[in-house]
Design a protein around this ligand. Structure first.
Ligand code: ATP
Ligand code: MG
Ligand code: FE
Length: 355
């Protein structure tokens, strides 16, 4: 199966062609991502209207480029997969309408893919993981611990009750006068800092649920910065290092509980695995924390290559391929984009029943 994938839910315009072999393995044939980082950096965050316009300008060229790199034409494609939520509605409309137009013109089936499902299934493309496994998604818009049970069957075990982890990095950077995007800047500054100088809060640690909270941490960073006058470079480094340590400890507790729950509920699974996804997966402190945690719990830690952890269209194409291979129906051309769209099967059922 060859699938064309389209991703436009946030600030990356992406197109990809992915091959899924009958036995279930996959290969990326062509993959292009255009980041809009520069368009948004002056504003310190993603501006929805600018994002939508940038998708319109770039998407058709990117699709041609992905096909070219894959060495195929639309005739060789078995289905089209386009992200149809969750995300910024303007961008979703651009990607989904383009997908519909191609489906209509070629007569090929269209899969309207949940962006989070793309992240959730990537590890099956890169590492051939089998179900079930746990996924920690940490990006600018999401912080979720998800049980991946089967194609189309997901349970959200935990989510952030306020800021996403990437958002906490970005806001902390802004507060400290570091450049956008904040994650890499904070990580860099933290390298020369003292992680023990500030004892930042670790919200929800010890809580029996598996949720996350990061907004209190951001407030504590602001207070720390305001308490020092003038703030020197070393102070910023110390704040960043202490911030990262608070996050490491939070993750250790929250995700650790998730691993324990998995072992209890799925005691028969041999070689359980934790997958990380999202832009914050680039962070070395986060990676080593999760690696150590997995070692301690007897889990395999899977971190796909970074360009497949951040937003891309290969994961969308792959999710479409998995849906097709699993016999799930394609979507009608009347399918609508959804800015909000939980991946959790039960949450979807509630929305469907109007509750
Ligand atoms: P979505 O949430 O819809 O998937 P997004 O564009 O917000 O999309 P990504 O592109 O996956 O998310 O990731 C961007 C986020 O990752 C930003 O918040 C950025 O600060 C963070 N990030 C990137 N590199 C690092 C790093 N080295 N350490 C910490 N955070 C990082
Ligand atoms: Mg992004
Ligand atoms: Fe994403």
């Amino acid at each position: 199966l060859r699938i064309l994938g389209i991703e436009t839910s946030c600030d990356e315009t992406a197109a990809s062609v992915v091959l899924r072999e009958e036995k279930g393995s996959g290969r990326i044939l062509g993959d292009v991502v255009l980041s809009q980082l520069e368009e948004h950096s002056a504003y310190g965050g993603v501006v929805p209207e600018i994002a939508a316009r940038a998708h319109v300008e770039a998407l058709d060229t990117l699709i041609e480029e992905a096909l070219l790199r894959a060495g195929v034409t639309l005739k060789d494609i078995d289905a089209i997969a386009a992200t149809s939520g969750p995300g910024l509605i303007g961008g979703l409309i651009v990607g989904l309408m383009t997908g519909k137009a191609i489906a209509r013109a070629t007569g090929k089936p269209l899969y309207a893919v949940n962006h989070l499902e793309g992240h959730a299934l990537t590890a099956r493309l890169t590492d051939g993981l089998s179900f079930p496994y746990l996924m920690l998604l940490v990006s600018g818009g999401h912080t979720q611990l998800i049980l991946v049970k089967a194609v189309g069957d997901y349970e959200r075990w935990g989510t952030t009750i306020d800021d996403a982890l990437g958002e906490a990095f970005d806001k902390t950077a802004k507060l400290l006068g570091l450049p956008y995007p904040g994650g890499p800047a904070v990580e860099r500054a933290a390298r020369t800092g003292d992680p023990a100088r500030f004892d930042f809060p670790r919200p929800l640690v010890g809580d029996a649920r598996l949720d996350f909270s990061f907004s209190g941490l951001k407030t504590a960073v602001r207070q720390a910065a305001q308490s020092i006058e003038p703030v020197e470079e070393q102070d910023i480094a110390d704040i960043c290092a202490s911030f990262q340590r608070a996050i490491a400890r939070t993750l250790k507790d929250r995700v650790g509980r998730g691993l324990t729950r998995f072992k209890t509920e799925y005691a028969s699974v041999v070689g359980p695995a934790l997958v990380v996804a999202g832009g914050v997966a680039a962070n070395q402190m986060l990676r080593s924390t999760l690696q150590a945690l997995c070692d301690a719990h007897g889990f395999r830690f899977v971190a796909p290559p970074l360009q497949l952890c951040t937003d891309n269209a290969a994961m969308i194409a792959w999710a479409g391929a998995e849906r097709l291979a699993a016999g799930l129906p394609a979507d009608g051309l009347d399918v609508a984009p959804r800015s909000r769209w939980p991946l959790d099967t039960r949450a979807q059922a509630l929305i469907g029943s109007g509750k």
